[in-house]
Structure formats: C-alpha cells, structure tokens
Design a protein. Structure first.
Length: 346
C-alpha cells in the first residue's frame, strides 16, 4: 500500500511538472516561413530556439532564464525580423531591450503584458506589425487553426507594405491641345489622346499610407489643318515626373487609394506651316511644376506581385525655357494600369 501511494504521488508530481513544461512561458509563432529560425528572448537572454514546421508554426518553451514559481513580470514585447530569423523579445517594462542586430527590422507590439510561469504567447507574423495573443495557461486550439493555409508561399499578402517597383501603360488625354493647336481654323483635326508608358518606385509605410515617384512618357499628339493659302501640322512631345503621397483603404487583397502631389513636365511644341509655297518651322520648349491628384486600386495576386490601375489628373504649367512668351497651361488626364513587384518581401 505504501509503495502504491509513493508511485501515485510520483505520477502526480511528474504530471504537474509536465504541465509546467507544456504551458510555462511558451511562445508560439504562426505564419512564419517553413524552416526559418525563431528565438524567444526573455529579459535579455535567449530562453528558447526553434524551427518553423511545414504547418507554419514554431513552439518554444523557455528553458533558460524562465520565471520562477509565483514570479510575474509586466513586460513589453517586440518582434525582430532578421532575414530568415524571427526573434520575439519580452522585457520587463522598466528595462530597454537589447539593440537590434544590423539589418534587422524591429516592431513593437502595442500594450503591456503580464508574464507568469504559466503564460503562453501566440505571435502571428502574417500582418505588419505582428499581432499577439496571451493566455495564462494553454493556448486555445482555435488560435492556431489554418496556420498551414496562411503560411507564406500559400497565403495571399493583404495590403503589403515596403518597397515597390511598378510599370505599365495606358492612355493620356490633353484637354486643351486641340483648341490651342487649331485656334480659329475650321478645317483642322487634332488627335489629343495618345498611348503612354509609365514606371516608378514607391514605398508603403503601412497598409494605409505611402509615397511614390513615377515617370510618365506620353506619345506624341498631333494636329493638322489648312486654309485658303496655308497648311500646317503641329505636334507636342513631352514627359512628366510625378511625386505623390498616397492614402489607402485595404479590403482583403485589394487596396483602394487616393493620391495627391506635384508634377514636373517638359514639353516640346513644333509647328510646320506652309504659306503660298513658303515653309516655316516654329518650335519652343516649356517646363515647370503643377499640382496632381487621382486615385485607383491594386490587387495582390501573390505576396510579391500585384496588378494596379489608376486615374490621374495633372495640371501642366510651364514657361518657355528660352525666355520667350510661350507658356503651357493645360490639364492632362491619364488612365494607366500595370504590374507592381514588392522588393525584399518579408
């Protein structure tokens, strides 16, 4: 009988010890890349290290520097991203975290968290910044569901942030060109629309705000007309730089955005006129700054590749670079679409 009681008592002690190991100061990282490394740093020391499995999960139980029984800490939490390594850092709220390693990106998770010997932390790195759930005990199974379906490589990035390159094409319309080129000549036709190519670079600071610089190269637009004693043809050839800030509303994989900023244009106007058999060519060039605004949408097909379409309305304003009296004062409307590629995806 005594031997049986001793064995039962030993079993209870072993079971309770097993609970402490399973539930005590455990960090679970979900939606990280398979095979990547995850570290748990507690009060400045590495408490556990693990590897992400095929399900996008890594479970780390603190083995060093863990909190003693009946000890608790009010802590701030940060997540470092260092290439293929994720580092979850929990520090007493009165102590600064270790400096981030060179080349690492650090995000602080908002809030202050109570850490106890039985605390389980679930960090989801699918969003920027990462999100955190905390439980004094075992994490509910629902917190870990669908990790494989949303792991990088199979999930679709929602409204990603970071550095983007983009390029595409579309149409531009110059609203005042036909009236300016034809003047009061009744026998005159003008083609004031042209195909345009565009490209540029942008950076989204968050899902909701970004900035970009782009180059727009409209095709030549032309006009030709005639009178009783003359004929003429005119063309305008130009290019535009656009600098804009963006505000957005993300809806799933779609991001709707508006933009506003400034444009800098350079344009060359050429008119060839023949009067009573005598030919004459006139040419002038203008450049200058004007306002710009517009909006559009982008759809992300993969974590790094998306499609976009946008409308822009630009006021072209400029003076003759040679000091003459020529001026540009016209509205240009553009509708373009193309592809965006996220550089250095996280």
């Amino acid at each position: 009988m005594i031997v049986r009681r001793i064995l039962v008592l030993a079993g209870i002690v072993h079971f309770v010890g097993g609970l402490a190991t399973a539930f005590g100061q455990t960090v679970i990282v979900r939606n990280a890349s398979q095979g990547s490394t995850v570290e748990f740093v507690l009060n400045g020391a590495v408490a556990a290290t693990g590897t992400v499995g095929a399900d996008g999960l890594a479970t780390l139980a603190a083995t060093q520097g863990r909190l003693a029984d009946n000890q608790s800490v009010d802590a701030f939490v940060w997540v470092d991203e260092c290439g293929s390594t994720r580092r979850v850092i929990a520090m007493n709220r009165t102590t600064a975290p270790p400096a981030a390693d060179a080349g690492c990106r650090r995000d602080q998770i908002g809030g202050i968290f109570l850490l106890q010997p039985i605390t389980t932390i679930v960090v989801d790195v699918a969003r920027n910044p990462p999100t955190l759930r905390l439980r004094q005990g075992e994490a509910p199974a629902a917190w870990l569901q669908d990790a494989a379906a949303t792991a990088p490589g199979t999930r679709l990035t929602i409204a990603p942030r970071g550095l983007m390159l983009f390029g595409g094409g579309g149409r531009t319309l110059f609203s005042e060109f036909s009236s300016q080129a034809c003047g009061d000549v009744t026998t005159c036709t003008a083609e004031d629309q042209a195909f345009s190519a565009t490209g540029g670079i942008g950076y989204w600071f968050s899902e909701y705000a970004g900035a970009e610089a782009s180059y727009l190269r409209p095709g030549r637009i032309t006009a030709e007309g005639s009178g009783t004693r003359f004929t003429f043809d005119s063309e305008m050839d130009g290019e535009v730089l656009l600098f804009a800030g963006k505000g957005a509303v993300p809806i799933g994989r779609v991001r709707l955005f508006g933009m506003g900023g400034a444009n800098y244009h350079r344009a060359t106007f050429t008119t060839r006129q023949t009067t009573d058999g005598s030919a004459q060519t006139l040419q002038w060039r203008t450049e200058g700054w004007g306002p710009a605004f517009g909006g559009g949408a982008e759809v992300w097909l993969t974590p790094s590749v998306g499609l976009y379409g946008e409308f822009g309305r630009l006021r072209l304003k400029g003076d003759d670079v040679a000091g003459g009296e020529a001026q540009t004062a016209a509205w240009m409307n553009s509708i373009v679409g193309g592809i965006r590629v996220r550089i250095f995806p996280r």
